[in-house]
Design a protein around this ligand. Structure first.
Ligand code: FES
Length: 176
């Protein structure tokens, strides 16, 4: 396997800071994985092994954490990632309609990425912890809501203009 992974110097310094706050390395698993995903976009098996070595735990323990927490992904995501909450408060307030509208506007089903590689999305069954914003979604980690269709239009247009300004992964997407 030729793929390798190393944390950036900045992230390695951050991990050292995090480790200094815990009595055992294993306790730093979540923040370390968050940094890895932030840096690489998703968690690969090489990253799992790297984190396991770094924290001196069996790789199976790292895999268990990744499969337990829905915030971690093993699939490459778009430049922007949307998580639409489908749990009870959001459901009562119309997240079904928002999901259908989002799907129509993006042209791809949940768990997929637009063909230009710009936006990936998922419909999350668990409460995202911001019921006061229902119906709501998380865009790149930030909460948005309460949503109407016009808010979805604005959010997507922001994603598209950000990517145009920063240079998009125009050739990278495959509608996976
Ligand atoms: S049910 Fe959607 S944020 Fe709680």
């Amino acid at each position: 396997m030729s793929e390798t992974f190393e944390f950036t110097v900045e992230n390695r310094q951050e991990i050292d800071r995090i480790l200094s706050r815990y009595p055992v390395k294993r306790a730093a698993m979540l923040p370390t994985l968050h940094l890895a995903q932030q840096q690489h976009g998703h968690i690969t098996s090489v990253i799992e092994e790297h984190v396991a070595r770094l924290l001196e735990v069996p790789v199976v323990d790292v895999r268990e954490v990744i499969s337990f927490y829905s915030l971690f992904t093993q699939k490459p995501l778009g430049n922007h990632h949307i998580r639409l909450c489908m749990s009870i408060s959001c459901w009562v307030r119309g997240c079904d309609q928002i999901r259908d509208y989002l799907q129509e506007k993006l042209g791809v089903a949940p768990e997929h990425t637009t063909s230009d590689g710009n936006i990936s999305w998922e419909a999350v069954p668990d409460c995202l912890g911001a019921c006061e914003l229902a119906p709501m979604l998380q865009l790149d980690g930030y909460f948005e809501g309460p949503l109407q269709e016009s808010d979805v239009d604005q959010i997507l247009s922001r994603c598209r203009s950000d990517s145009a300004a920063n240079g998009s992964k125009a050739d990278a997407g495959s509608g996976e």
